[in-house]
Ligand binder design. Structure first.
Ligand code: SAH
Length: 353
């Protein structure tokens, strides 16, 4: 990979050289260059991240052994289930998921704000997104709901508290299975909320065994969204409802937008980001009808700023796991994500034919 950037126009000139001295050199002409091709994808990611600290800088990336060689235009990252599980088990270096919940209000998803004048705190806004999913799914008393990628169980518990239904949550994080089970037991609701380790690509339940299903900000981790929708259609009974909330990429993608979106994919262990077109196609292909898709990006994007503020507030905790430059990069991109038009968010409801 060859990257060059104009140092004098960087935020904190030369930041990248300080962040990764072995990867960058600042020449006498004021230009920052990458010293050598970086074959390790993780280090190449760091190169892109620190260069991305200069969002106004003309960045040029050109071929090299570490360039993503997938067929998705660079959208697809090589994220494995173990990486995702590590992120949610808290063993990953940047596992904001493992640390943020204490100051975040227990939901591992975006917040929803009604409009610019709505200054609800993050825990209210994230519960509001769960409530949007509850009203979109609208499960009836006695029904059985599948929660695909259930996190620590908080959204499922909110669902069983507000509706007389039973929920089965699945996750590929062992820690989250325990957290969900403990949460249900503590609330005396273990008979109505159960949590299991299972991969959504291969759902271990019989055909037609659920009345409804939702995936609240989990599809972005799935290696094949089509396969998950096929599995979901299989375990839903005919007429069963589906709700999805997911981060997507909105085109056209500018070079600056791509830097931010690549950072998001790498940091949050996102396998690939979908698009509205892909969702329409895949839902139809797997037998979903009455599909309604709402772009709620404007309501949720503020989350990045709130997340960055939360990381800043517990900076010392993050510094135990990462360097100051890495934490700065993390919060910089959280704030950038909130103002990047390519960073989209969809709320989808549909019905199995
Ligand atoms: N829905 C929760 C958690 C969102 S985080 C909430 O809104 O708070 C994403 C979740 O998806 C995590 O629980 C993660 O373990 C789960 N996940 C990721 N890949 C998965 C897969 N292949 N199968 C099942 N769950 C998965």
């Amino acid at each position: 990979m060859r990257i060059s950037a104009d140092k004098d126009r960087c935020i904190g000139a030369g930041h990248c050289v300080r962040a990764a001295p072995d990867l960058f050199d600042s020449g006498a002409d004021g230009r920052v260059t990458v010293l050598r091709p970086e074959p390790d994808p993780a280090r190449a990611g760091l190169v892109r991240e620190v260069v991305g600290l200069c969002p106004n800088t003309a960045i040029s990336l050109s071929g090299g052994p570490d360039e993503p060689s997938d067929e998705s235009g660079g959208n697809l990252m090589t994220v494995k289930n173990d990486d995702v599980a590590g992120f949610y088990n808290g063993t990953d270096k940047f596992s904001t998921a493992g640390r943020i919940d204490a100051l975040w209000g227990q939901n591992l998803h975006f917040g929803y704000w009604e409009d610019d004048s709505d200054d609800s705190p993050i825990e209210v806004a994230t519960d509001r997104l769960t409530d949007l999913m509850i009203s979109g799914l609208d499960p009836q008393p006695g029904q059985r709901v599948l929660d695909i990628g259930c996190g620590n169980g908080n959204p499922a518990m909110r669902l069983v508290r507000s509706r007389d239904v039973r929920v089965v949550g699945i996750t590929i994080s062992e820690l989250q299975v325990e957290q969900g089970q403990a949460r249900a037991a503590e609330a005396g609701l273990a008979d109505r909320a159960e949590f299991r380790y299972a991969d959504a690509m291969d759902i271990p339940f019989p055909d037609g065994s659920f009345d409804a299903a939702w995936a609240l900000e989990s599809m972005l981790h799935m290696p094949d969204r089509g396969q998950v929708l096929a599995e979901t259609a299989r375990v839903l009974r005919p007429g069963g409802r589906l709700a999805i909330a997911d981060v997507v990429e909105r085109g056209p993608v500018s070079p600056e937008g791509k830097v931010v979106m690549d950072h998001i994919r790498e940091t949050y262990k996102i396998h690939s980001l979908g698009t509205v077109e892909e969702y329409r196609e895949q839902l139809a292909a797997h037998g979903f009808v009455d599909v309604e898709i709402r772009d709620i990006s404007d309501n949720v994007l503020r989350t990045g700023i709130k997340l960055a503020d939360a990381v800043d507030a517990s900076r010392d905790q993050f510094l135990e796991h990462a360097s100051a430059a890495e934490v700065d990069t993390l919060t910089h991109f959280m704030r950038q994500a909130a103002v990047t038009p390519e960073n989209g968010y969809l709320f989808i409801t549909a019905k199995r034919r």
